[in-house]
Write a protein of this length. Structure first.
Length: 137
């Protein structure tokens, strides 16, 4: 009888463990590791800023970092009439002092953006099929 009870106990623990794990998966528990989202568009070009820190025309707050100032500049470029037709958006990678910029291919946008990036900031460019204006319409 003892073997039979132990067998049922072990089976009960296994089933309980499986139910708890399944529940965690279904509820999206943070205890379960989840993969980071992959970029939807591959990196097509990369540049590292060489512009001296603080040299952008609108420096922003005093505590802005080179990455902060570069991000603000990218945002202004994307809102400008000149680049609204190519700019899609951006994401930030603070750990690597980098930004991923999504845009429709444009040599002039890329050159202006890379030329404006402050020293030490990495800009990764991704090709897209649509601009931000079309996506927000």
């Amino acid at each position: 009888m003892k073997k039979r009870v132990r067998g049922r106990t072990a089976t009960g623990v296994t089933v309980t463990g499986a139910v708890v794990l399944l529940g965690a998966l279904l509820q999206g528990s943070s205890a379960v590791a989840q993969a980071a989202p992959a970029h939807s568009a591959p990196v097509t070009a990369t540049c590292v800023g060489t512009r001296p820190a603080g040299s952008l025309s609108d420096r922003g707050a005093e505590d802005f970092t080179p990455l902060d100032r570069t991000l603000a500049h990218v945002g202004r470029m994307g809102e400008s009439a000149r680049y609204a037709a190519v700019y899609t958006g951006l994401s930030v990678d603070e750990e690597d002092r980098a930004t991923d910029v999504y845009r429709m291919p444009s040599a002039s946008f890329d050159a202006d953006l890379c030329g404006a990036a402050e020293r030490g900031v990495t800009v990764r460019l991704h090709d897209t099929d649509a601009n931000r204006t079309d996506l927000e319409a």
